[in-house]
Design a protein around this ligand. Sequence first.
Ligand SMILES: Cc1cc2nc3c(=O)[nH]c(=O)nc-3n(C[C@H](O)[C@H](O)[C@H](O)COP(=O)(O)OP(=O)(O)OC[C@H]3O[C@@H](n4cnc5c(N)ncnc54)[C@H](O)[C@@H]3O)c2cc1C
Length: 366
Amino acid sequence: MTDAYAKPELRDLVRNFTRKEIVPHLGDWERAGEVPRSLHRKAAEIGLLGIGFPEEVGGEGGDLTDTIVVTEEIIQSGGSSGLIAALFTHGIALPHIIGSGNAELIDRFVRPTLRGELIGCLAITEPDGGSDVAGIRTTAKADGDQYTVNGSKTFITSGARADFATTAVRTEDGVRLLVVPAGFTVTRTLEKMGWHCSDTAELSFVDVRVPRSHDVGGIQTLLAHFAAERISLAVQCYATAQRCLDLTLAWVRDRHTFGRPLASRQVVKHRLAEMARQVDVARTYVRHTARRVASGERLVTEVAMAKNTAVAACDHVVDQAVQLHGGLGYLRDAEVERHYRDARIMGIGGGTTEIMNEIIAKQLGV
Ligand SMILES: Cc1cc2nc3c(=O)[nH]c(=O)nc-3n(C[C@H](O)[C@H](O)[C@H](O)COP(=O)(O)OP(=O)(O)OC[C@H]3O[C@@H](n4cnc5c(N)ncnc54)[C@H](O)[C@@H]3O)c2cc1C
């Protein structure tokens, strides 16, 4: 059977880019709280931003399996899930616009974003709650060929840098998604436990006028695109776990205590075996589910299971990696320390572990 995830040329491209353009600067970006716009342009120049997007809208073609390889390789080469959240926010901001087929919006927002010239974000969550997407309170009142938008959004990835926000609003016709190009205000940039290089913002909309032609779909459109986001987070989970396992393997071979390498202790070996088992199970199930999604199946329950499986594996492995690194694992200098903090968002963002379980339980009929 051919391996749909081998893609050696793509892996080489991403690995070289990550080692040259990301790893040497990641520490600075973590301290700065954001990645520079120049990184978007550089990534676009080698075609990285367009992977998984159709050529007709300025993308490079390919599907979910290609974007998965990009994610795996960035993390495996020393990048991070926070970096992916910041650089690939368009992965959640653009699909609804593309799906609408609106040529004007595609020319104005999609193409320049894939060229690395614009930054978009997806603004769903509100201060009153994120899990209950149907309960959105930001309003868009129709007035001729315009909407007037009022409300606020929070926890918005790349919101502080965004040139436009694909925004969930409540209209007379229920929840809709509008592309809001300007006029919203960044009220606060939020400080977080992890994902430090990814800016996260609170946005305010006060009488923001948006053409009605910027409506790109309703709640079904919104829900349909959750699968790709959840798969992406699940991939970040097992890739982070694999990276932490590899870093830990190198460390336990090198580190001696009581005259012997840590790796020679049975208790350490068994911990590594359990870490490896959890990574492999997560990767196998997530990749399998992703291939089904890429081939056009509309999966909801399996995607929820994939996300929860990968989150649990990641939580376990990053914790064990820090533990096996000892005091070093607690220091900012250790890569596993960053992964440990970054990993904590995975069971919260893109639908929490509890909400994934709600989806699974519904399928069970309870
Ligand atoms: C770093 C970061 C980046 C983010 N990026 C974005 C972004 O780009 N765009 C965006 O729109 N949002 C973003 N979010 C928001 C994220 O999607 C939400 O935080 C998430 O959906 C949970 O919503 P909430 O925080 O309002 O928690 P709540 O919905 O208030 O939930 C609180 C707790 O209650 C649990 N819970 C809720 N309902 C139930 C239930 N029915 N049964 C059992 N338990 C329940 C939840 O699982 C959770 O544990 C981001 C968040 C963070 C922290």
